[in-house]
Ligand binder design. Sequence first.
Ligand code: FAD
Ligand code: NAP
Length: 334
Amino acid sequence: MSDTRHTKVLIIGSGPAGYTAGVYASRAMLEPLLVQGIEPGGQLTTTTEVENWPGDTEVQGPDLMVRMEAHARAMGCEVIGDIIASLELDKRPFVAHGDSGTTYTADAVILATGARAKWLGLPSEEKFKGFGVSACATCDGFFYRGQEIVVIGGGNTAVEEALFLTNFASKVTLIHRRDELRAEKILQNRLMKNPKIEPLWHHQLEEVYGTDSPLGVEGVKVKHVDTGEITDIPCKGVFVAIGHAPANELVKDVLETHMGGYVVTQPDSTATSIPGVFAAGDLTDHKYRQAVTSAGMGCMAALEAERWLAEQGEDAGKDTSEPLGYGVENPAAE
Ligand code: FAD
Ligand code: NAP
C-alpha cells in the first residue's frame, strides 16, 4: 500500500551518523523520521570488537548499534525499516520514494548513507561472490572452520578481518600490494604476533578459481607486482578488504562530490550545495571514516538543520512550484 509521510527532518541512514542525528533532531523537537536502509545499524554491524568508541573500552559493533537505535527511539525519533530508492531535491518539500511504496516529504534532509565495501572487479571474484568470496568476515568467517583463507588488503579492515578469521581458519594469508600496512600500529603488532597469519607482500589477486558444481573456491592465483610471477595459493575462502566507497547513489547527479564520490560539504559544516540538505558521516568523509567522527557529523547535521529550519520560518515547508535551481556546479569535480 502506498502512503505519504511528511516530516520536518528526514534522516536517511542508520549508522552512527544517522542515529546521532536522530537523537539531536528529536531533542530539538523536530520529530524526525529515520529510514534505516538495507543495513540497519550500518558498517559497525559487520565487525566484532570496537575499541575506540569513547566510554567503552571494548564493545561489540552490533551491540553498540542496537544501543544507538534504542537511544534515538527513546528521544522520540521514528525509525523506519525502508530503503530510499530515489530522492527529489530540486524543489521543496524534498521528496523521497521508499522501496516499501511510502513517499516521504521533508522540509530538510540529512543524508547519512555511509559507505560500502569495494571490490576488485575481477570476473572470477564476481563468479564466486557468496560462494567463497566475501567482504565481511563477521558475516561469513564461521563457514571456514579448519580451512585456509586469504585476505586481500592492508588497511584496518583487512588486518581486523585477518585477526578475526584466525578464530576459525587453520591459516590466514594476508595479501597486500605493498610491504607496508596502512592499518594502525596496535593492529599491525597483533597481526605480526599471530602464528596463524602469514603476510604475502607485493602481491595482487589475479584470479579466484574453484569448482562449478557445487560452486566453491579452491584457491587463488596471485601476481608479484614487480616481477609478474604468479603464485598459486590453495584456500577455501577469499575475503576482499580493500576499503569502502561512499554510498552516493541517491545524490551523485545532483550534489557536488569529490575525491572519488564523497559528497562535498561547506567548510566546518554539513551543509551541501542544496540549502536544507545536509550530509554527515562516511558519505562525506574521505579522511577519518570513524564511528566517532560520523556521530559527531550527525550531531552537526541535526543542529544545522534545526537552525536552517528556524531561519526559514513558515517558508521551510512551503511548496516551491519552480525548481530551486541549486545543485551541482561541477559534477565531475574530483
Ligand atoms: P554507515 O555505518 O556506513 O551506515 C550507513 C547507513 O546508511 C546504513 O544504515 C545503510 O543501511 C543506510 N543507507 C544506505 N543507503 C540507503 C538508502 N538508499 N536508503 C536508506 N538508508 C540507506 N570505526 C571505528 O571508529 N572503530 C572501529 O573499530 C571500526 N571498525 C570497523 C570495522 C569494519 C569491518 C568496517 C567496515 C568499518 C569500521 N569502522 C570503524 C568504520 C565505521 O564503521 C564507519 O566510519 C561508520 O560506520 C560510518 O558511519 P555512517 O553513519 O556514516 O555510515
Ligand atoms: P583503507 O584504509 O582505505 O585501506 C584499503 C587497503 O586496501 C589499503 O591497504 C590499500 O592498499 C588496499 N587496496 C585498495 N585498493 C586495492 C586494490 N585494487 N588492490 C589491492 N589492494 C587494494 O580501507 P579500510 O581498511 O576498509 O578502512 C576504511 C576506514 O575505516 C579507515 O578510515 C579505517 O581507519 C576505518 N576503520 C577503522 C577501524 C578501527 O578503528 N579499528 C577498523 C576498520 C576500519 P594501499 O595501502 O597500497 O593503498
